[in-house]
Design a binder for this molecule. Structure first.
Ligand code: DGY
Length: 333
């Protein structure tokens, strides 16, 4: 009998077909966001779960779903999964790195440019029929080329953004990361490490790409925004909760910084109401990785992981991007 798996949200039909070759699949074609209780109920008897990035997997859920052997997510961020709790229970976890790096960096750069050049704000003005004449400073924003690009969190996506800025737009790049990059990588990117405080004060355009964790919760709040230049922009494509949205809305209104671009929000899909009434912020619904080829690649990678994770044959291939592959070592002994 094929193992049973749950696909937690609607995915591409070709990925579903592939999963059906290996598993008895319960899909979610209606794309319903299941409550935690419903998720637990649907996971009964399932060996695997195909996650799309938001389903919370913690110790309580795992204890309520004793058949679960693998949770494979098509997102790179995995702050929704308690990996140590999974490892302790022999549940393999995988995420989907690399396949979305360049697409997400493209979007981060685009959002930063839209923010600096006031593209959304000016488009809304035009659509409202308010464009009646040319003016010398009509929606005059900040330059991107040659300005200092600040990157908070220099992982794969941060580095891809740094390359775009340094090579395409002649931007000096400064960054802060817990661990400094290798000097050869710094030289290749033309990037200079700064303390977080120095970074905030130096960047003309700050892009946030740090993973979410208890340590990065409200990493940028009122005090940090006050350290930034009044002409600076802030772009967040990482996770909601890293920026204090209420403090950011207040800072945008007060002119503490010039503008912001946000693709992620604390408590999304809800958006802090203060942000909705501020003009100098560009808001997008968590779509940084959403090009069709990339979303397909993310889904395929999650499927690769799930298929390999539940393959119990001796010598079976390892899931390509497992976060706790040691679990399989124990299981396949
Ligand atoms: C991720 O993969 O973590 C992105 O936020 C897209 O969901």
């Amino acid at each position: 009998m094929k193992p049973q798996v749950l696909v937690c949200r609607r995915i591409f039909p070709e990925t579903l077909e592939r999963l059906r070759e290996h598993f008895a699949v319960e899909a979610n074609d209606a794309d319903v966001v299941w409550s935690r209780d419903e998720l637990i109920a649907r996971l009964q008897g399932k060996s695997g779960a195909f996650l799309t990035g938001t389903q919370p997997i913690d110790a309580t859920l795992l204890d309520a779903c004793p058949d679960l052997r693998a949770v494979c997510s098509m997102a790179v961020g995995y702050n929704n999964i308690d990996v140590p709790a999974c490892t302790a229970r022999g549940v393999l976890v995988s995420n989907a790195p690399d396949v979305l790096t360049e697409t997400t960096a493209d979007f981060g750069f685009a959002l930063m440019m839209a923010t600096a050049r006031r593209i959304a704000e000016s488009e809304h003005f035009l659509r409202r029929g308010e464009w009646t004449k040319w003016s010398v400073d009509l929606f005059a924003g900040a330059d991107v080329h040659g300005a200092t690009l600040g990157i908070l969190g220099m992982g794969r996506i941060g580095r891809a953004i740094a390359r775009r800025g340094a090579r395409g737009f002649a931007m000096p790049v400064v960054y802060h990361n817990r661990s400094r990059l290798d000097p050869a990588v710094e030289a290749e990117l033309g990037a200079r490490w700064l303390t977080k405080e120095e970074l905030l004060a130096t960047a003309d355009h700050l892009v946030i790409v740090v993973p979410y964790s208890a340590e990065s919760h409200h990493l940028v709040g009122e005090a940090e925004l006050k350290r930034m230049k009044p002409t600076a922009t802030l772009t967040n494509i990482a996770r909601g909760g890293i920026v204090d949205d209420r403090a950011l809305a207040a800072a945008l209104r007060a002119g503490t910084i010039a503008a912001a671009g946000l693709d992620v929000f604390e408590g999304e899909p809800a958006v802090h109401p203060d942000l909705l009434t501020v003009a100098n912020v560009v808001l997008t619904p968590h779509i940084a990785s959403a090009s069709l080829p990339t979303r397909r690649a993310m889904a395929e990678l999650a499927a690769d992981n799930l298929i390999a994770a539940l393959d119990t044959r001796p010598g079976a291939a390892l899931p390509p991007t497992a976060l706790n592959p040691e679990v399989l070592g124990r299981r396949r002994l």
